[in-house]
Design a protein around this ligand. Structure first.
Ligand code: CDP
Length: 205
């Protein structure tokens, strides 16, 4: 069974994907971390995130990188990730590793932007998770505060809107729901209620 979870920034995809993976005993891949780690390599080398050659080289050597989630989940990395994620050759470099993860015999849960459309078009269940921009900004603010990062609500909301716009308008694998995905709006749902709703969607499949 492959469960594909996609959605815009801070929609709660990761939390949902982790819960579903735990529930079904499946491995989980947060594909955003691949783009975040690629972006981090460029930032640390003082290179612009639009440097195609360096970004592809970084994406190729992901296996050698330090996946320190504390650093990768920072606000700056999300923004930089969305710039490298718009480079077609970077996406092409990362496709096979994601598909290989999904091909495990027991199945897998993957979350990102293009899992249902590009990485696993034949996934058993596809959920497109959304929430209003303000709710998503509140969730991201809480998450950043929990990690000791400064919280500037308007700045976070602006980041989210800019990133959604970039992710939705890029030429390759833009953020969008697959035709056969079920959309789950979590604006009025807490973590538990969102999990129950997602579980019902998967079980129906
Ligand atoms: O946690 P959040 O939703 O804010 O971000 P993320 O899922 O870690 O993704 C960071 C960025 O990576 C996104 O804004 C996308 O530009 C990019 N990404 C992508 O293009 N395709 C994916 N499958 C996952 C992430």
């Amino acid at each position: 069974m492959i469960i594909a979870i996609d959605g815009p920034a801070a929609s709660g995809k990761g939390t949902l994907a982790r819960r579903l993976a735990r529930h079904f005993g499946l491995p989980h891949l947060d594909t955003g971390l691949l783009y975040r780690a690629t972006a981090r390599a460029l930032i640390e080398a003082d290179l612009p995130c639009g440097d195609v050659k360096a970004a592809v080289a970084a994406a190729r050597s992901l296996a050698l990188m330090d996946f320190d989630e504390q650093v990768l989940r920072g606000r700056e990395m999300g923004e930089a990730a969305s710039v490298v994620a718009a480079i077609p050759d970077v996406r092409a470099t990362l496709i096979e590793a994601q598909r290989a993860f999904a091909r495990r015999p027991e199945g897998a849960v993957l979350d990102g932007r293009d899992i249902g459309t590009v990485i696993c078009p034949d996934a058993t269940a596809k959920i497109f998770v959304t929430a209003s921009p303000r709710v998503r900004a509140q969730r991201r603010a809480l998450e950043l505060a929990g990690r000791g990062e400064p919280v500037d609500f308007d700045g976070i909301l602006a980041d989210i809107l800019r990133r959604d716009q970039r992710d939705s308008s890029r030429d390759v694998a833009p953020l969008r729901a697959a035709a056969d995905a079920v959309t789950l709006d979590t604006s009025a749902l807490d973590v538990e209620a969102a999990f129950r709703a997602a579980l019902a969607i998967v079980e129906r499949r």
